[in-house]
Structures are given as C-alpha cells and as structure tokens.
Design a protein around this ligand. Structure first.
Ligand code: ATP
Ligand code: MG
Length: 262
C-alpha cells in the first residue's frame, strides 16, 4: 500500500528533538511465509545514532531490508522526510539519500579499493563530482588512500568494513543504515569502525545501525530500540536500555551499573 503523505514540514515528530527523518509505522513484512516483522513503529530524528539490538532471528536485518526497499512491507508505512518509500526500488531509495551497508561483506574482491569506493557513486554522472567526493573520502579514511590500488580482497575484514563505510558516503547520503558493522572484528578494529561511525555522524549523517555487540552499540548511540520476535519491545536512550534490568539480563549479560559513561 502506498499512501503519499502531504508534505508535513519540519520538526513535527512530537518528542523527537530534531527534524523527523525516518518514520516507520505499523510495518509488517516477511518472506512469503508468516510475518517476520509484526507491526514495527519507530522514528529516527536527523543527526541521531539509533541502535537496534535484539536476539538472532528477531528481524533486525529484515527491518533494514524493508527500509532500503529490498523487501516490500505487507502493511504499514515507511516515510523519509515525509515521502513514502513503500514500493520504491532500492536504487530509488538510494537516490533519496538512504544507503544500506549490509551485514555480509559486499566489496568486489578482484577490484581495487578505489574502484570499489567509486562504485558507490554509480548513479552520479559527473566525473568531476565523483573525483571530488572520492578525494574527500580518502582524506577522511587514510586507509582508503593508502590501499587505493590494492585489490579489496587482499584487505582484512576490518579494513574491508572501513572501505564499505567509505563507499557508503559517495552518494552523500543523509541516512546511513548499517547492519552489524562490527561483526567478526577484534575489539581494537571494532573501536576504529565505531570511531568512523561517530565521525560520519559528526559530519551530519544520521545513522541507523544494528549491533550484535549491544553494549558497545548502545554506548555509541543516542537512542536504542530492542526488537524481539518482530516487535519493538523497548525504545529509549542508549543508557536507558543499557540500564533496563530485564533487557540487561536478556541481551547484555547483566544490567550495567550506573558507572559514568566514557
Ligand atoms: N531471505 C530469507 N528468506 C526466508 N526467511 C528469511 C530470509 N532472511 C531471513 N529470514 C528469516 O527471517 C527471520 C529473521 O531474520 P533476520 O535475518 O531479519 O534476523 P536478525 O535479527 O537480523 O538475526 P541475526 O542477528 O542472526 O542477524 C529468521 O527467522 C530468518 O530465518
Ligand atoms: Mg541480521
């Protein structure tokens, strides 16, 4: 169902502090059998880092696929800056400034790092603009410059993840959707990836991420959402979720005591 909403102006999201960027309302979706998502609603305001946590199979990746147009919701509405995304093709959603970095590695192993990054701008027709963005991104990600000529497949998992983050910036997105950016990474590499996520956010990108490493993900984030069996169990600040007694013991290996955040 595609309802086109009237343009609704800035900041009408009720409690959301900033401009409402993404609104997900009553979304049900699945793969042909039963519904995996069973009426999911939440909002993301501009400049937030929003972290989705939840057990394996709870529908986190399904939710990101639905937002990015890979999967079409059976019912419900997904709006970005007031415009419905429902029924749009993934590349149209990309064109609106919503980019997904998927859970599995997605670089072309036989292509160079630079070619992979430039692929991120495949819809941009202006070569000068592609070069300018690439230069800015190489400035921000020294690894991308240092390894520009190397085949992507020769990089470590963590380095590939950084190249994927770099590539996601080529279309100058407003909303970056990250599915488990730290999966399989050792703690120092994970910290580097999170630092880059924070930097992208400081540069004005809104971030929606899924993190298996819930504690680290929620600490990085302004707000969190717990997804359980296709339903939103809880939303709140990262800290509220970390300190919630049940959530703490279910997903975080015990609630976090109120030590000052780093
Ligand atoms: N392409 C698909 N076809 C059919 N069923 C699928 C498909 N992808 C996922 N599922 C099913 O949908 C449910 C939710 O999967 P999803 O990948 O969204 O969970 P998740 O929360 O991302 O889990 P994880 O933490 O393991 O990544 C699971 O039962 C899964 O088996
Ligand atoms: Mg997943």
């Amino acid at each position: 169902m595609t309802t086109s909403e009237p343009a609704s102006g800035n900041g009408n999201g009720g409690a959301a502090p900033g401009e409402l960027l993404l609104k997900v309302e009553g979304v049900t979706a699945g793969y042909g059998g039963g519904d995996i998502l069973k009426g999911v609603s939440f909002t993301v305001a501009r400049n937030e880092i929003m972290c989705i946590v939840g057990p394996n199979g709870s529908g986190k990746s399904t939710l990101l696929s639905t937002i990015s147009g890979i999967l079409r919701p059976r019912t419900g509405e997904i709006a970005f800056l007031g415009d419905s995304l429902v029924g749009l093709a993934p590349r149209q959603i990309l064109g609106k400034g919503v980019v997904l970095v998927p859970q599995a590695h997605s670089l072309f192993a036989e292509m160079t790092v630079r070619e992979n990054v430039e692929m991120g701008a495949y819809t941009v027709r202006d070569p000068a603009l592609v070069r300018r963005r690439r230069d800015e991104i190489e400035e921000m990600f020294p690894l991308v410059r240092e390894r520009a000529a190397d085949k992507a497949g020769s990089l470590s998992g963590g380095q590939q993840r950084l190249v994927e983050l770099a590539r996601s910036l080529m279309l100058d997105p407003s909303l970056i959707v990250l599915d488990e950016p730290s999966i399989g990474l050792d703690p120092p590499t994970r910290r580097t990836v999170f630092q880059m996520v924070r930097l992208m956010n400081e540069q004005g990108r809104t971030i929606l991420l899924v993190e298996q490493n819930a504690r680290a993900g929620l600490k990085l984030s302004t707000r969190g959402l717990v997804l359980e069996n296709g339903r939103v169990r809880l939303t709140g600040t990262g800290r509220e979720i970390l300190e919630h007694p049940e959530i703490g013991s279910l997903y975080l290996g015990g609630a976090v005591s109120s030590t000052p955040a780093g």
